[in-house]
Design a protein around this ligand. Structure first.
Ligand code: ATP
Ligand code: MG
Length: 435
């Protein structure tokens, strides 16, 4: 006897696309493709069949009169007028599972160098941030293994921090140190718009075998289409969200948000948005909080996030840096001046702030960090005089004390790339300095 599973049958029929929806490519201008004759929604993935019948995936980014504007998630080569366009009815999503550990994925979540796509639970790349009222409050510490951060800029689990620096000052190296030593269950690392050479460097040198075991790297290098670079950031965020939903402590790192913003600017300008400050279009500033609000605490787990911001020409007030600083719960500034003195990690603690340190760190620790900050500030104010030899000891008690402690504080802040420093050790060392 033949038995029929009616429920499965109904489900199949309901999912079945009964409307055949096919259009053609009518125009390509710059990076955008115009298609006529299809109905599609913004964010929908469409397939274009090029001259050699190869599929090029695209995403709907806008409309112009009756035409749909698409942007490719691959190369434009081979597309000609009249190529057929098929909407898929789906948005981009990424397959998430434990199998992702140790993998390097492309911007769309496919493992690099492997033919087969991974399977797992599909997570939408464009999901919404957790409900603000359902987010747990940040009340515990996330040890990073970087003494200057743990001691002076203590981070909370679920906090979102920006790392601001000019080029070549040590952003990637610092991220690598955190990825290796921080006490997280999973690291999700997005390398957006980096040079191709740097990806391998980062994986082999900065992350190392030890770091890679609990990491997932998403990379969309600078040569990839702008849309893929943007998606890389969302792919990594979606993967982090999957692990957060499993109740895990996740660290999400993005290197760099500036390159993400540049990719969005490229897309915005291509679809005709007006340029605003420094050519960045309004959608860039709308997109930044959308991306960064998704990390942080949820009711299940946490995503502690580190976003690097490349500050052009060391201008810390450029528009992206300004916007990001306003969204995040703290910023770590790396200074070229310190790097040039071989002071690594080049964290300028006086210019940096962790907005949650006062809530997560204990009283003794905060007191010691406060004293050290004050001494550093006093020293800095008189540094020129001291270096010139124009300051006579004994003329100001505060400066005398600052000079006495200066070397110890600087030595505390310096840390070799492979030097380990447990959180409690770092705090004890700081407290001991003033006891
Ligand atoms: N903690 C450290 N100890 C010693 N050297 C360091 C440290 N951090 C950075 N450096 C030095 O600074 C150089 C540049 O670092 P890194 O590549 O991390 O900078 P970046 O800010 O990521 O640069 P880019 O803007 O090009 O991405 C490294 O090659 C290394 O020599
Ligand atoms: Mg870098």
């Amino acid at each position: 006897m033949i038995s029929l599973d009616f429920e499965a049958l109904i489900e199949t029929v309901e999912e079945c696309n009964t409307l055949y929806n096919e259009g053609i490519v009518s125009k390509i201008i710059g990076l955008t493709i115009e298609a006529e004759g299809i109905r599609a929604f913004v964010g929908e993935v469409c397939k274009i069949y090029n001259e050699s019948n190869k599929v090029i995936e695209c995403e709907v980014v806008g409309f112009k009169e009756k035409n749909v504007i698409l942007m490719p998630l691959g190369e434009l080569v081979g597309i000609s007028p009249g190529c057929s366009v098929l909407p898929t009815g789906k948005q981009l999503s990424v397959a998430c599972s434990e199998k992702l550990f140790g993998k390097v994925l492309d911007g769309l979540g496919k493992p690099l160098g492997e033919v087969k796509a991974l399977d797992g639970i599909m997570y939408n790349m464009n999901s919404s941030p957790p409900d603000p009222l359902k987010r747990r409050r940040i009340d515990s510490i996330m040890p990073t293994g970087v003494r200057a951060i743990d001691g002076f800029l203590t981070c909370g689990e679920g906090q979102r921090i920006g790392i601001f620096a000019g080029s070549g000052v040590g952003k990637s190296t610092t991220l690598g140190m955190i990825a290796r030593e921080a006490k997280a269950d999973v690291n999700v690392i997005a390398l957006i718009g980096e040079r191709g050479r740097e990806v391998r460097d980062f994986i082999e040198k900065d992350l190392g075998e030890e770091g890679m075991k609990k990491s997932i790297v998403v990379c969309a290098t600078s040569d990839k289409p702008a849309l893929v670079r943007i998606k890389g950031a969302f792919t990594a965020t979606a993967i982090a969200e999957y692990f957060r939903d499993q109740g895990k402590k996740v660290i999400l790192m993005m290197d760099s948000v500036t390159r993400f913003a540049m990719a969005q600017r490229e897309v915005g300008l291509a679809i005709g948005e007006p340029p605003a400050t420094k050519g960045y279009t309004p959608s860039v500033f709308a997109m930044l909080p959308k991306l960064m609000e998704r990390s942080g605490m949820s009711d299940k787990g946490s995503i502690t996030a580190f976003y690097t911001v490349l500050v052009d020409g060391d201008d810390f007030n450029e528009p992206i840096a300004d916007a990001v600083r306003g969204i995040l719960d703290g910023h770590i500034v790396l200074s070229r001046e310190l790097a040039s003195k071989n002071h690594y990690p080049a964290i300028d603690v006086l210019a940096s702030i962790s907005r949650l340190m006062s809530e997560v760190a204990d009283g003794e620790h905060k007191k010691a960090a406060g004293i050290a900050r004050e001494l550093l500030a006093t020293y800095k104010n008189s540094e020129d005089l001291i270096n010139l030899g124009a300051y006579a000891r004994g003329s100001n008690k505060k400066i005398d004390i600052a000079i006495n402690y200066h070397e110890n504080i600087v030595n505390y802040l310096k840390q070799g790339i492979d030097e380990k420093s447990e959180f409690q050790e770092s705090v004890n060392a700081l407290e001991k300095m003033f006891n």
